[in-house]
Structure formats: C-alpha cells, structure tokens
Design a protein around this ligand. Structure first.
Ligand code: MRU
Length: 389
C-alpha cells in the first residue's frame, strides 16, 4: 500500500500491513508477537481464530482488531452452509458478536463494529436469509476498508493543526514530536492515527524528528513503531519510557501525538499505559498534547474517563520478554524477574499490569478525528468531542 505524497514528492515506501486478504477472500495476519524479527503470516479463517489472535495480541491496535473481527465474520458467512431463515442467521451471529467483543474490553472500535452488525441484523428482519448474509458481509468489508481513508484525513488535519501551533517567531523547518505505543499501519488498516500525523508532517517536510517511547511492557514502540518508522524512512529516535521527562527538559519538543482506544464525551481518553504520564509532562513543559482517533474510537455514551473499563493483562506479559537471541538468531522468551514474581498471593499477583491509562481532558490540547479538530478552550477542563463526530 503506497500512501499519497503531495504532488511532486517521492511516494512513501510501502507500509507494513497487519492484515492481507487474497483473491479467494482468505484473511491472513502478521503475527505481531514475532515482529520485528520475523514476518510470519497466519491464516485466520474463523471468528474463534480471530478471538484467539486478538486476545493473545498477535494482532493489536484498536482499529486493526475491529477489522479482523469483522473480516472473520465475513469469512464465517462465506463458508457457512445455507441458513434456514433470517432469524437463523441472527441467532448464529449474535453469540459470535458477543464472543469477539469480549476479547479486548477497552478499545471501543471493536464494540462499535460489532454494534454496527447488530444494528443491521435488527433492522433487516424483513429480508431473506441470503440477502442478510450478503448485507452483513458487505458491512464487514467496509469496517476494514473505511479505515485507511479516514486515517489519511486525520493525518492531514492533525499535521496542519500542529504546524499552525509552532511557537511564535519560530523559524524551525521541522517539528520535534513524541509518540507512544504503536499507532501506524500495523495498528490500523493503513497510514495510522498518531503515526499518520507524523507521516503527514514528514511528507510536507515539516518533521525534524519523531521520538517514540519503547512502551513497556509490550514494547509496541521498540518492536513495532521502530519498524514502521524505519520502513517509511522517517527520522526517528527511540527513548525508554523513563526518559520522557529528561527529553522534554533537553529538547524543544513541539508536540506529543498519541492515538486512543476510547475517547469519551468530555474528552477524557484511554490509551496505552504511559500516555497519562506523557500528558502530565507535556503540560509541565507547555507542549501541545494531541489525541488522534477516528470517530469509531469515540464513545459518547460515557460521560467521563472514570467510566472506562481498563483491561488488566496477565503478569507474565511484564515478567517475560520475547526477543531474538543475538548469537543463534533464534526467537526466545526470557524471564527478567526472579521466579515467583507474578504468581504470588498479593494484589494483581504482585504485578500491576494495566494495558491502558486514562488521560483527563484538561491535559489534552485537542482531539483530531476525520471530521475535524476539537480544541480545548483555554481554562476549560473538557473538550467538545461531539463537535467532531
Ligand atoms: O494494547 P494495544 O497494543 O492494542 O494498544 C494499542 C494502543 O493503545 C494504540 O495507541 C491505540 O489502539 C490507538 S492506535 C491506532
């Protein structure tokens, strides 16, 4: 997939992609647990396989998991034997939708995609079983395909906004920005959310350096963002999560740009663990803090971030590290804590491992969706997210 460069500019190199679909409709994903060392494509033919891939983080990133869940329903419908009636289709699909939705609770894109299918089922009781199957398959394809276009729009809007906010009198040719987690083509259907803004800045020669945090314990930054940025040949520097403050003291940072797993009505935002501390530091250093997320990540049914259910991941994901042995080249998993840490009787078995944290809106400068940029007004502690939905 080649992103559109401004006219006259060299097109970007091909992006990584997390999902591919062959001519026959077979869906495959890259096993992201093995990245960046090995690119292994794995077939996903059923909703159960999609559930396992999402739960085990072989695929992750809010929009990407929604895409895979939807595509797995399309595969299921393509291979299912004929349904006896419309209600037969509905009674087969409802438990599948519930099961897929339960795989990761915080990222709302997945629930949103499942809800779109539920709404279609509900409103289609007067069509034949065959027609309903076709309608659901078309919708499932759209969930995946719609993502790329809106990411490019968010990239454009977000880059324009940040460039317009550069410090008065600045003669900077390019901005220094920080991002966390992985929000690029591996986490979406292409181009990305926060990484989309960084890519758009780069394409317009408005980027100096993208600093990206390693994002422990899952290392989405050091394993995946590093791979995306180097593939796109975007100037980038990795930092450990513990170095955010030091970097902001040292460098004249122009923006912190993050994606989101759920943005609620008042602008409070759940995103990868570590986002909140980046926002606190950005405030301290007077650096604009941007959240970039499609409308499918906005949940207007929740009023504040306190209502967001935060997924806890198992302790092993923080006590073990997967990597490539530098001598043998083999992939292996190594323990970095003493035996027993993570299997005790303490709270959380002795390892606190939330997958996400909530950044309150008063620390966020703006929320960018494909529909526009909602800025927090000076002195206010919320953002009118509905205005960009
Ligand atoms: O646990 P993950 O890797 O699925 O978390 C991903 C993130 O938190 C991303 O920042 C978020 O999904 C937005 S990406 C498009």
């Amino acid at each position: 997939m080649v992103a559109q460069a401004p006219s006259g500019k060299k097109p970007l190199p091909d992006m990584m992609t997390s999902i591919r679909i062959d001519q026959s409709g077979q869906v495959e994903i890259i096993d992201q647990l093995l990245l960046p060392h090995t690119v292994t494509w794995e077939k996903v033919s059923t909703p159960d396989e999609a559930y396992d891939a999402i739960k085990s983080m072989k695929i992750r990133g809010a929009p990407a998991i929604a895409s895979l869940a939807a595509l797995s329903i399309r595969s299921y419908l393509s291979s299912a034997s004929a349904f006896s009636s419309t209600s037969d289709v509905i009674s087969h699909l409802n438990p599948i939708l519930d099961h897929l939705q339960s795989s990761r609770p915080t990222a709302v894109n997945l629930s949103e995609a499942m809800n779109r299918i539920r709404a279609l089922l509900k409103s289609s009781t007067d069509v034949s079983a065959e027609d309903l199957v076709e309608k659901v398959k078309t919708l499932c394809g759209a969930v995946h395909e719609e993502d790329l276009k809106r990411n490019m729009e968010m990239g454009r809007l977000g880059a324009e906004w940040l460039w317009s906010k550069r410090r008065a009198g600045s003669d900077k040719k390019g901005l220094k920005v920080i991002t966390v987690c992985n929000t690029g083509s591996l986490a979406t259907s292409g181009y990305g959310t926060a990484i989309g803004v960084i890519t758009a800045l780069f394409e317009h020669d408005h980027l100096d350096t993208a600093y990206y945090a390693q994002t422990t314990p899952y290392h989405q930054g050091s394993r995946l963002t590093s791979l995306e940025l180097t593939t796109l040949e975007i100037p980038a520097t990795m930092i450990c999560d513990t170095m955010l403050g030091s970097l902001m003291q040292l460098e004249d940072i122009d923006g912190v740009i993050v994606g989101a797993d759920r943005v609620v009505k008042n602008g409070d935002t759940a995103n990868k663990i570590g986002t909140y501390q980046a926002a606190v530091l950005a405030k301290r250093h007077n650096v604009p803090f941007m959240v970039v997320a499609p409308v499918t990540t906005v949940d207007l049914s929740l009023s504040t971030g306190a209502e967001i259910h935060i997924e806890q991941r198992p302790p092993v994901e923080a006590t073990l590290v997967r990597g490539r042995n530098i001598e043998t080249g083999e992939m292996s998993v190594v323990r970095i804590t003493p035996e027993g840490v993570g299997s005790g009787k303490e709270r959380w078995q002795g390892v606190y491992n939330p997958s996400f944290d909530v950044t309150p809106a008063d620390l966020i400068s703006c929320v960018v969706t494909e529909k526009g940029v909602a800025e927090r007004k000076e002195g206010q502690d919320s953002i009118d997210v509905a205005s960009v939905c």
